[in-house]
Design a protein around this ligand. Structure first.
Ligand SMILES: Nc1ncnc2c1ncn2[C@@H]1O[C@H](COP(=O)(O)OP(=O)(O)OP(=O)(O)O)[C@@H](O)[C@H]1O
Ligand SMILES: C[C@@](O)(CCO)CC(=O)[O-]
Ligand SMILES: [Mg+2]
Length: 388
């Protein structure tokens, strides 16, 4: 028996970072997925290892289950239904298990993801031997929510094959979870995100779990029904960054300048709320659509200015902004910033020739552009009985 889970990445249209400090943010899923496959060996396989293959980085890690039990004997694998944070002592014990794998220095940023894997795996499945394979269509660490898609798809695969999973394995194709299970997956994924991000708001795992478009504020989620065909160009600056460090740097700035930063976060809150209202409002004529797009562009520019105030822009992001502005197009960073990806709104009436030109100019700077589908399905799972 094998289960596969897939969870989408995301773009944040407004409100990143400020959402960590209580402001509203607007996010949408994109049609790029992370896939996790989970398979338990049959008794005749005689395997007693937990094997993790991270295909995107060409890394295969393996732990004898006895070694995991010895390192942290308290995990029972029966707490599936009550997601809990990894206690600091356990985090240290897991860190030794990760260190023993001698992950190459160049890939050390991945250690947090592996730690999150071990916490989620042992919490839901205990010390069962298994083979877990991860691969993704998302760039890792580029602002498109790869960490959340990783945690959501992993939590879903683990829960689907847990004793309380209640799944009908004979159903075929990609399936959705029931609401109660989606909620459970989302909570476990949030615990994984805490290990990777330090202090996540929960927006990334929530939009990856539920898909579509959401407005999110301090744990509260409102689904948005878009009345606009938003077309976004996503430019990956290819400058690597780390969400945990960027989130921490904004918090430090907020401690140094509490009044100014509170004003910045309040302004972002208003931008996100206005953006959500515009996206949801009905439009009748072409003119109306143009007006709405112009407002969205202006709000994106204002949000970008405030992200600069927070200190999370980057020279590469500024290059994208300058380049797209030459074509009168508005852009903002998406996700944690510091490099990573930038969004540019492509208005409905923009000619294909202009789109081609702007992409060519951005790519001549060494950036990579794509137009992703926005607002599709969230988490889905698929069973493969024949591989038992
Ligand atoms: N497919 C994957 N395989 C292994 N590890 C992954 C994978 N996807 C994400 N990760 C883990 O997530 C980390 C990247 O998360 P990070 O939060 O820094 O960036 P992001 O989620 O892509 O961007 P953002 O949080 O700004 O949306 C990686 O270093 C790794 O630990
Ligand atoms: C930077 C941030 O706001 C979004 C990262 O995609 C962090 C978070 O909300 O967890
Ligand atoms: Mg992340």
């Amino acid at each position: 028996m094998e289960v596969r889970a897939r969870a989408p990445g995301k773009i944040i249209l407004a409100g990143e970072h400020a959402v960590v400090h209580g402001s509203a943010a607007v996010a949408a899923s994109i049609d790029l997925y992370t896939y996790v496959s989970l398979r338990f060996p049959t008794p005749s396989d005689n395997h007693d290892t937990l094997n993790l293959q991270l295909k995107d980085i060409g890394l295969e890690l393996s732990w004898p289950v006895g070694r995991i039990k010895e390192a942290f004997p308290e995990s029972s694998g029966c707490i599936t239904s009550s997601p809990t944070s990894c206690p600091p002592d356990t985090l240290k014990l897991i860190a030794t298990l990760v260190e023993e794998q001698n992950i190459p220095e160049a890939k050390i940023g991945l250690a947090a993801g592996v730690t999150a894997f071990l916490w989620l795996y042992t919490s839901v499945q205990g010390y069962k031997p298994a083979k877990v394979v991860v691969n993704s269509e998302l760039p890792l660490g580029a602002g498109l929510g790869s960490s959340a898609a990783f945690c959501v798809s992993l939590a879903a695969a683990l829960i689907a094959l847990s004793d309380s999973g209640n799944q009908d394995f004979s159903r075929e194709g990609w399936l959705t979870f029931e609401d109660s299970q989606l909620e459970l997956v989302n909570k476990w994924a949030f615990e994984g995100e805490k290990i990777i991000h330090g202090k996540p708001s929960g927006i990334d795992n929530t939009v990856s779990t539920y898909g579509n478009m959401i407005k999110y504020k301090s744990g509260g989620l409102a689904r948005i029904k878009s009345n606009m065909a938003l077309k976004m160009l996503i430019t990956d600056t290819k400058v690597g960054r780390n969400t945990k460090a960027l989130v921490a740097s904004v918090s430090e700035r907020a401690v140094r300048h509490p009044n100014a930063m509170t004003a910045v976060f309040t302004a972002v809150d208003s931008i996100s709320n206005e953006l959500a209202t515009i996206i949801q409002s009905a439009s009748s004529a072409d003119l109306d659509i143009v007006e709405k797009e112009e407002k969205v562009e202006e709000l994106m520019e204002m949000n970008q200015g405030l992200l600069q105030c927070m200190g999370v822009s980057h020279a590469s992001i500024e290059t994208v902004l300058r380049t797209t502005l030459k074509y009168k197009l508005a852009s903002k960073l998406t996700g944690a910033g510091g490099g990573g990806c930038v969004l540019t709104l492509l208005p409905t009436l923009l000619s294909g020739t202009v789109v081609d030109k702007v992409i060519a100019e951005l790519e001549s700077c060494g950036f990579q552009c794509k137009i992703a589908g926005i607002g599709g399905n969230g988490l889905e799972i698929c069973f493969n009985i024949s591989s038992s």
